[in-house]
Design a binder for this molecule. Sequence first.
Ligand code: PMP
Length: 427
Amino acid sequence: MSRAKLSRERSSTLYRRACELMPAGVNSPVRAFGAVPGDPLFIARADGAYLWDADGNRYLDCCGSWGPLILGHGHPRVLAAIEAAVRRGTTYGAPCEAEIELAERVIAAYPGLELVRFVSSGTEAVMSAVRLARGFTGRNLIVKFSGCYHGHSDALLVSGGSGLATFGVSSSAGVPPGAVADTVVLPLDDEQLVTDLFAERGPDIAAVVIEPLPANAGLLPQRPEYLRFLRDVTRQHGALLVFDEVISGFRLGMDGAAGFYGVVPDLATFGKIIGGGMPVGAFGGRREIMTRLAPLGDVYQAGTLSGNPVAMSAGASALRVLQEQKVHERLEELGRTLADALAGPAAKAGCTLVRAGSIFWLAMQPEAPRRVEAVDGRGMQRYAVVHEAALEQGVYLAPSGWEVGFLNAAMQAEEVQKLGATLAELI
Ligand code: PMP
């Protein structure tokens, strides 16, 4: 049953004010509701599974700040850790014990990780991992895949064309051709193209960088044998395999996509969940590679707020809860609950529910694509209609059909069932 149209007057007033001060009124582009109808909602507060906008409307939060909030908003133990940390000082610019606890937890959980370095965002993590891969191998070429997002550093801001290996043309103005000249973009899910590229340029390739569970152009789960192939081919040619686990890390399980698929990369990058909702990023790998970082080695990398004590305490606390309470098992059950309610109706409506644990994406096409070139762009308009109607029903989905949804541990089974039923009605 549809409710009367919600008032979003205060959000719209705030949005107009914000637009006078910040480009499109936002500090990250997708937030501006460019791909869906209406003005962006301004959020006044959040608790558990819910967001409240500035007009007092409540929404089940399926965006979860784009991934970090696996425990929902304001988990009591994470909040307590943050409060206690803040009282001890917000930043020192010197080492603190919380860094050790988070490092121990990340290293113990993730396969093949011997050393880790913390930074302040996912962008920084991948940018630094790429520099390290280049420094370690003494090579320049980076291979990435179209549809995979690795943050907005110059060298990685390339999506490239479909079908053939394309030397990078940046998808953003302001990136000089030289910055992407050593980035090669390939489509996902094609062993032959990778084999051919290595045959031609193998000695120049520093690293293959991939989201092992691509989640930035819809959700595009890869064949496990494809990931194993990437592991083998990089090893054969002395290139590094870099898994960007900024979304999948600690989301698919404590051991991320590496554990899920049984493929161990040389370097892995993290963000989101490991900061417990505070700004964070990290990259890590084998000792032999990581010791090339300054001050031990010749690859420079640094940060004023890196290893921030509040973020480290929040992250350590979140990982502690995830592990102690076996949260991933519960999230898998919630994911199944969503699938039970939604997969059938989606198929009837010509859509596909793509799901990996607590990550979901409604593909507006009958089959789940494995590469971005196979995503039917017309689905984005359909998604925009669903998005607006979902808001009316008190469900906050990410404001773009290219984005995935996240379930979180603050959600109850009944809420997820209802979410499934609501979306089933709207598609
Ligand atoms: N890598 C991946 C896989 C991401 O999804 C993102 C952001 N969503 C980033 C890197 C960049 O992270 P950040 O926005 O924290 O810079």
